[in-house]
Design a protein around this ligand. Structure first.
Ligand code: CTP
Ligand code: MG
Length: 227
């Protein structure tokens, strides 16, 4: 059966073009620290996580080390998929792992219970993802409003995503899809793997657009207020 060497991979090689920030958003300060430092602390501090690797631009290795302290950095690629693959290959080259947690630096607040649920789900699946139900009406829209997509059974998929290392590595190496995938679970599924959903958390919302910074601050203030 699977052993339990677990490595966390944080992807932080994006440019944050939609965020409107000149600084790549993973280095923007939220709740008093650069975003990447929050998720690094949550992963590095989890009892089941043996090592953390940060994927970022080679010109940003120093900024990552300043933000989080000594950590292994790996050069990212032009797309998220390529950045994850670079991180997986570096883990493989260093002897591999049994399980990997792949996380977006742009989701700074990572509750420890979500990590627990994800790793627990790997006992009976090749992958596990945090999901939240869709609350709004969902519709197609191209100029005029189009058809409503029934939201029953639809979920929003977050990160971190947990995988049996050998299976997600094989899925990445074998990827031949046309469109760039936006997460890793869809790659495992394309390779025939089974992905288990676990309950996600609103703390894990991604910072994507300018307004999301203030929303992240507000979530942090509400959750982490010390009295
Ligand atoms: N990411 C990465 N390498 C890339 C692109 C994205 O490591 N070539 C990372 C980002 O740093 C982020 C995560 O993937 O932590 C999710 O991507 P996204 O929210 O799209 O971030 P950006 O690509 O930086 O933002 P944008 O698409 O607005 O430019
Ligand atoms: Mg992007």
């Amino acid at each position: 059966m699977n052993g339990h060497r677990t490595v966390a991979l944080i992807v932080a090689a994006g440019r944050g073009e939609r965020s409107g920030s000149a600084l790549p958003k993973q280095f923007a300060s939220v709740a008093g620290r650069p975003m990447v430092a929050h998720s690094h602390a949550a992963l590095a501090g989890h009892a089941a996580v043996d090592a953390v690797v940060v994927v970022t631009g080679t010109d940003q290795f120093h900024a990552v080390q300043v933000a989080v302290g000594p950590v292994q950095c790996v050069a990212g690629g032009a797309t998220r998929r390529q950045s994850v693959l670079a991180g997986l290959e570096s883990i493989a080259a260093a002897g591999g792992a049994d399980r990997v947690l792949i996380h977006d630096a742009a989701r700074p607040f990572l509750p420890t219970q979500v990590i627990d649920r994800l790793l627990g789900a790997l006992d009976s699946a090749s992958g596990a993802v945090p999901v939240l139900a869709v609350a709004d009406t969902v519709a197609r829209c191209g100029g005029a409003l189009g058809d409503v997509v029934p939201r029953d059974g639809l979920v929003r998929v977050q990160t971190p995503q947990a995988f049996i290392f050998s299976e997600i590595l094989a899925a990445h190496r074998g990827w031949s899809g046309d469109a760039e995938p936006t997460d890793d679970a869809q790659m495992l599924r394309a390779a025939g793997g089974m992905v288990a959903p676990v309950t996600g958390d609103t703390m894990l919302e991604k910072v994507t657009y300018p307004d999301d910074f203030a929303a992240a601050e507000a979530r942090a203030a509400a959750r982490y207020r010390v009295r």
